[in-house]
Design a protein around this ligand. Structure first.
Ligand code: PLP
Length: 359
């Protein structure tokens, strides 16, 4: 495993796989090149049989994988002469769009569902100077409005319906193969609007076609139980989950997510919020990896499948990569609610030692 020196960002590093030319301006925050962390503690403590790796996408510049696609979408928008971009967002897309837009000197509009966006993400969009429009509706309504706006106005869409987003996000799959030296046997990931599972699958396929890997992983996607349209086979009208990044009732990339599932021989299943929170704690306390709740769906799903006896024969001992899509600091409200900060005690040695049970 080689440490990549002078990492230039995903467009420059994977240029030959991406729809860019010498004329495409590069708007980059040197995203990508995120860690692939072996997770032996989780494996041992939870009696998981496969070899486990955590692809920690929280290590991207704005704290989520959205940066991989945003560097492409914003670079191409600038190349096309755009002056403004827009997205609907559960939070991370808006944080990323806002950051890349200010680098590019673009105006950035974001539509977010009121009360359903984690505090860290809202703060990011605002600090980067985006025009944040909170609507009294959910993500699906926000996306519908945005699609109407871009049809009639000179504002470029940077949701994952923008094909350059998916192109950039393929780089996650390239990195997994480059780090492991081969494709994993399974990949677990959360599924919301389903752009990322679409992107990873395309990335794995292209890498194999170009001779960079010999096999393809089975794609295992996980939705939250209260927000599982693909699993249930129908639009969910009023999706519910504390994993706000995957609180989406009508995914834009529904068909391509099903294709990724079926072509790879994988599955798309659902996990309860209780299991998501349990996995959130396991990642933080066993491996030192702090993720936002949606990202913990990857591990929650893996645990569920292991308990169901899904991993069989030789495959049961092979490599599994969990995509951990966003940083835990994105949703500080959830973290504090989960752990309850301690009350203050007297600033006095005896009191502190007694708290430490060292008296
Ligand atoms: C966007 C996002 C997802 C969902 O990705 P999709 O491409 O919409 O399926 C999951 N986790 C986090 C942290 C995200 O920001």
């Amino acid at each position: 495993m080689s440490r990549k020196k002078d990492w230039p960002g995903v467009i420059e590093y994977y240029r030959e796989f991406l729809p860019v030319t010498d004329k495409t301006p590069l708007i980059s925050l040197q995203e990508g090149n995120t860690p692939l962390i072996p997770a032996e503690n989780l494996r041992r403590e939870l009696k998981l049989t496969p070899r486990l790796f955590l692809k920690y996408e929280g290590a991207n510049p704005t704290g989520s994988f959205k940066d991989r696609g945003m560097t492409m979408a914003i670079s191409k928008a600038v190349e096309a002469g755009a002056s403004a971009v827009i997205c609907a967002s559960t939070g991370n897309t808006s944080a990323s769009a806002a950051a890349y837009s200010c680098r590019a000197g673009l105006k950035c509009f974001v539509l977010v569902p009121e009360g359903n966006i984690a505090l860290g993400k809202l703060a990011q969009a605002l600090v980067h100077g985006a025009e944040v429009i909170q609507i009294k509706g959910d993500f699906d309504v926000a996306l519908k409005l945005v699609l109407e706006i871009v049809e009639k106005h000179p504002v470029v869409l940077v949701n994952s319906l923008n094909p350059y987003r998916i192109e950039g996000q393929k780089s996650g799959a390239f990195e997994v193969v480059d780090s492991l030296g081969h494709a994993p046997c399974y990949q677990c990931m959360p599924v919301g609007n389903a752009g990322n599972i679409t992107a990873y699958w395309r990335g794995y396929k292209e890498y194999k076609e170009k001779g960079r890997s010999e096999s393809l992983p089975k794609m295992l996607g996980f939705q939250a139980e209260g927000s599982a349209p693909i699993v249930r086979g129908e639009v969910v009208k009023d999706p519910q989950t504390l994993a706000t990044a995957i609180k989406i009732g009508n995914p834009a990339s529904w068909k391509t997510a099903e294709a990724a599932r079926d072509e790879s021989g994988g599955l798309i299943d659902m996990v309860s919020d209780a299991r998501i929170l349990e996995a959130y704690h396991h990642l933080a306390s066993l491996e030192g990896v702090f993720v936002e709740p949606a990202s913990a769906a990857s591990l929650a799903g893996l645990i569920k499948l292991q308990q169901d006896g899904y991993f069989k024969g030789e495959d049961a001992a092979r490599d599994v990569v969990l995509i951990l899509t966003g940083h835990g600091l994105k949703d500080p409200g959830r973290a504090i609610e989960e752990v309850k900060p301690p009350d203050a005690i007297e600033a006095e040695l005896g009191a502190v030692l007694s708290k430490m049970k060292l008296e």
